[in-house]
Design a protein around this ligand. Structure first.
Ligand SMILES: Nc1ncnc2c1ncn2[C@@H]1O[C@H](COP(=O)(O)OP(=O)(O)OP(=O)(O)O)[C@@H](O)[C@H]1O
Ligand SMILES: O=P(O)(O)OC[C@H]1O[C@H](OP(=O)(O)OP(=O)(O)O)[C@H](O)[C@@H]1O
Length: 209
């Protein structure tokens, strides 16, 4: 049987995702991301883990260098990729929202929207019939309206703490986000048994949670 390569997101999704695999009975070290190693082989399970930036997981899976991966729905919605989304893992719950300073209106002409998600934000405002200018940032998005860079932000909200501590309010909720198991279409044909088993075992754990 060939090795199954799994693209795991480093960062906040990692722990919950690794815990799911352990619950599903895979004998993997739960502290896979404790070292600086980016490729970790687990011969006992015939698995290889690659540790990627969350936004890049879909790229590895689309190109087939990883057979499967775990990615936030936000990442899936931001860029359309040729991958199968096979299971909602129901971890890393959060949502995307439009937020800004309380009591403010968006300026009439080309209001500015700061976001890490230009694709999702431009689609959302287009569907609302609003013409906006997207300002792409890579983090600390909440800063933008506070210092006059943008009228609104489109960003992830989880506990709401970041908005609150920066005096911002949510105006609209765009979409709920959880992490998903994704599969490369060619891998699904070539390694169907291994992948089906992974999907079934994870699905059972998700159902029981
Ligand atoms: N506050 C949050 N609570 C829960 N899940 C979140 C939150 N923020 C992001 N996520 C989920 O986790 C993923 C991003 O994880 P993480 O924040 O570790 O990576 P990142 O945004 O690339 O961060 P960094 O650039 O700081 O490494 C998102 O794609 C989303 O699905
Ligand atoms: O509702 P909360 O629980 O406060 O979580 C939301 C915050 O978490 C994410 O930021 P992250 O920590 O990834 O930092 P960065 O995007 O600013 O780098 C997101 O972009 C929000 O800023």
């Amino acid at each position: 049987m060939s090795v199954l390569t799994i693209a795991m997101p480093k960062g906040r999704i990692f722990e919950e995702a690794a815990a799911l695999l352990v619950k599903a009975g895979y004998e993997i070290p739960p502290d896979l991301d404790d070292s600086r190693k980016l490729i970790i082989d687990v011969p006992a399970e015939n698995m290889r883990f690659i540790l990627a930036k969350p936004m890049d997981v879909t790229t590895y899976v689309e190109h087939g260098v990883a057979d499967v991966g775990i990615a936030g729905k936000d990442v899936m919605l931001e860029e359309e990729r040729d991958v199968y989304e096979v299971l909602d893992l129901k971890i890393s719950h959060c949502y995307l929202a439009v937020a800004g300073l309380p009591g403010t209106e968006m300026q009439d002409v080309a209001p500015k929207i700061a976001t890490k998600y230009p694709g999702i934000a431009s689609r959302y405002f287009r569907e609302q019939g609003e013409q906006v200018e997207i300002v792409k940032l890579n983090g600390s998005i909440e800063l933008a309206p506070m210092i006059g860079l943008s009228d609104r932000i489109v960003d992830i909200v989880s506990t709401g703490r970041t908005l609150k501590e920066n005096g911002l309010v949510e105006f609209e909720r765009i979409v709920d986000i959880t992490s998903r198991l994704i599969v490369n279409p060619v891998s699904y044909r070539l390694k169907d048994e291994q992948i089906d088993e992974l999907v079934d075992r994870l699905a059972q754990v998700v159902e029981e949670a």
